[in-house]
Design a protein around this ligand. Structure first.
Ligand code: KMH
Ligand code: ZN
Length: 272
């Protein structure tokens, strides 16, 4: 059992899940900030951020991000905000990279294409490189999003080309219908493919969320949970918010003897 500090990321909003799925999904800057505050209070140190238009549709507008980030920082100045560059399926690179104009401290970068339910989440090599270059120019730390095994290989290729800086930090997003499933053996395989100096987080989708969180706590990795990935606290019971899922993980960590990272430790571990 590892006792290095655990970083919990809260994926509070996403681009796909709606208030019709779970009324606790935040849309407005004020709702996002309140949810971020609750997650921070329960132990999350990173907020994985998507934003919405007033009607709840997904947007990557720089201005909408700026408003949400200001509202979150006003309530929780120390939290690390990780902006999404994945956005929603079908968005162009220009749209997706809107929040990088704000020079955020942290962002995602998906390094491959996969099925995403009935859609395709497209990330060709030119698209990945364009997003990475914009993140580098903004001085933004990259988290590599891995939905399937080849995404690790693509990230390593981009390291060799000098396009993604090392050390790498991975987020294994497992259990998306159409991509890699969320069993612990899949996680173990992925861990066998990443460089020794890399750090990693796991985000299990749907019913895979808590079993993968438990595995990550035991294996010395980090954990992402939240309504973006899973709307249920337990079978058939909606989570009251992402904070309730964060609380669950914090309790699992306490039982396993893993301390939670402070915001300073989280920045140090992530190289921010
Ligand atoms: N909404 C998904 C299609 C990210 O945030 O970087 C992509 C996504 C990944 O959520
Ligand atoms: Zn996301």
């Amino acid at each position: 059992m590892s006792n290095n500090p655990l970083i919990i990321t809260a994926a509070i909003c996403g681009a796909e899940v709606t208030k019709a799925d779970n009324p606790a999904v935040p849309y407005s800057a004020e709702e996002l900030a309140l949810e971020a505050q609750r997650c921070y209070e329960h132990g999350a140190r990173v907020i994985h951020l998507h934003v919405r238009n007033e009607d709840g549709s997904a947007t990557q507008s720089k201005d909408v991000f700026a408003k949400a980030i200001a509202a979150i920082k006003a309530k929780v100045p120390d939290v690390i905000i990780q902006v999404s560059t994945g956005g929603a399926v079908g968005m162009t690179v220009d749209e997706r990279t809107g929040p990088l104009d704000l020079a955020p401290e942290f962002c995602t970068l998906t390094t491959g294409t996969c099925n995403f339910g009935n859609d395709v989440f497209e990330n060709s090599m030119p698209m990945i490189q364009a997003i990475a270059k914009k993140a580098n120019a903004a001085g933004t730390r990259i988290e590599v999003e891995v939905f399937d095994a080849g995404f690790v290989d693509n990230a390593l290729t981009l390291v060799k080309k000098g396009i993604i800086p090392e050390p790498l930090h991975f987020d294994f997003v497992l259990g998306v219908p159409g991509a890699m499933t969320g069993t612990v053996d899949r996680l173990e395989f992925l861990l066998s493919t990443i460089p020794q100096n890399a750090t990693w987080t796991v985000a299990g989708v749907g019913r895979f969320e808590m079993p993968l969180a438990k595995a990550a706590i035991e294996k010395g990795g980090h954990v992402r949970v939240g309504l973006e990935d899973n709307i249920y606290l337990s079978k058939g019971v909606l989570a009251q918010g992402s904070w309730e899922l964060v609380k669950n993980v914090a309790e699992m960590a306490a039982q396993a003897g893993r301390p939670l990272a402070t915001h300073q430790q989280a920045r140090q571990i992530l190289g921010i």
